[in-house]
Design a protein. Structure first.
Length: 88
């Protein structure tokens, strides 16, 4: 598995993970976002980075990731469970 931090904004870091087959072909890929949360909300990524000694600016966000981030911005949260199919 290969993981890389591809971008961050004021609230989240965006991490890509790729699982490779033995021959080097990609078996699957995931993009996820993660944030640090405390009792009164999300800790800004600049504050988290500073605590870790990181001072670099975020890299340019790849278009495919920017499109995913934009889609996440309009997704209902928290997700509703109405109408989901139960398994089992």
């Amino acid at each position: 598995m290969r993981s890389r931090l591809i971008y961050w904004d004021e609230k989240f870091v965006y991490i890509e993970q790729i699982m490779l087959l033995k021959d080097g072909r990609c078996a699957n890929q995931i993009l996820y976002r993660s944030g640090v949360v405390v009792s009164d909300g999300t800790v800004p990524t600049t504050q988290v980075a500073k605590a870790l000694g990181h001072t670099a600016e975020p890299p340019d966000c790849p278009k495919w990731a920017a499109d995913w981030i934009a889609a996440e911005a309009v997704r209902p949260w928290p997700p509703g469970l109405a109408g989901e199919v139960e398994v089992g």
